[in-house]
Design a protein around this ligand. Sequence first.
Ligand code: NIG
Ligand code: FE
Length: 411
Amino acid sequence: MSILLKNIKELLQVRPEAPNMIRGYDMRKLPTLTDAWLLCEGDEIVDFGSMDTCPESSEAQSIDCSGQIVLPSWCDSHTHLVYAGNREQEFVDRINGLSYQEIAAKGGGIVNSAETLQHTSEEALYEQSANRLQEVIQLGTGAIEIKSGYGLTTAAEVKMLRVAKRLEETFGITVRRTFLGAHAVPKDFKNYKNGYIDLLINEMLPQVAEEQLAHYVDVFCESGYFSVADTERILEAAARFELIPKIHVNQFNSIGGVGVGVAHNALSVDHLEVLEAEDIEALQGSQTIPVALPSCSFFLGIPYTPGRKLIDNGLPLALATDYNPGSSPSGNMNFVVASACIKMNLSPEEAINAATINGAYAMGLSETHGSITPGKRANLIITKPIPSYGFLPYAFGSNLIDRVILNGTLQ
Ligand code: NIG
Ligand code: FE
């Protein structure tokens, strides 16, 4: 099956030879081609060019994209999309004055979601998660990372990762799976955190590895959750199973998580709403990409990650949704791109680079995703007719997507 997109008003993120990620000042540049065509064959991008070189193809399904912009699908490198139930009561509690931390201290938060998930069958968990995945695919997401971490028992953590695996098999979208057993200390281990870490290292990790359920390991490195020393212990154990770190750091406090992530060759360090000079220093010269999650800041009313500062210091930046029931019940990458421009002062070019090619890097998918490059996956967003790509973040509340193509197939 071939698809030929014709008369594309502007084709974005055109990179005949794509770098694996983009840093600093280079993020301001978004290569584009106006009045373009793009040919996909099977699940791959084959070629593109300007309309005066458009090939004749009788075999390909031809789509007229007059007035429309085409770009690579969003790469959402940080989600907790597999979860059970919701936490709208906690949302209302926050409106009435309780803080996120106060709710967690009362037994709400992550352990609340874990209790619900433990009592949800694998089938029901799959159904709920499949609905969310279907929604985000229509919103333009073409590759996604999904974490465990709402199980907090071996059986429930494994259940989450199996569901994430089945989602990839069913929907065909590339799913990178991350083991986040260290998301919170479960109630049974309330005063015995080390006992939980022992269980995580001696039972959960070996089983996750045995079933090849995860590509990455994550830890919520934060005051009241897992310390830097806990994080180190877990990352070292995970390294024995070849699990690369992608970790939650600096959401509420800067306690040294960035440094520990970089020291353990983390692929990404995520959140960074609180950022100190030493965190920026730790990231300089590393291969670890910072990931900002502006929907979480929006929903919790906490500071936005100083993305401008990270980029101005020559660092790369990726953007992701953090889709989860407690701090970001939205998997909408379009909103993420818009809020990065509106609240973090990124230019549209920077935000689009952060949500495509840099998002791919933050999932280890730079070779196959995140840019319009021959040989890469044919994962595309076709917008509605819009005046320019700056309109995408500008008209932040509108759905501006006309069609999406996933693995060379119109959805
Ligand atoms: O990334 N910070 C830790 N984990 C999630 C939120 C967890 C929850 O509240 O359920 C996050 O924001
Ligand atoms: Fe998260």
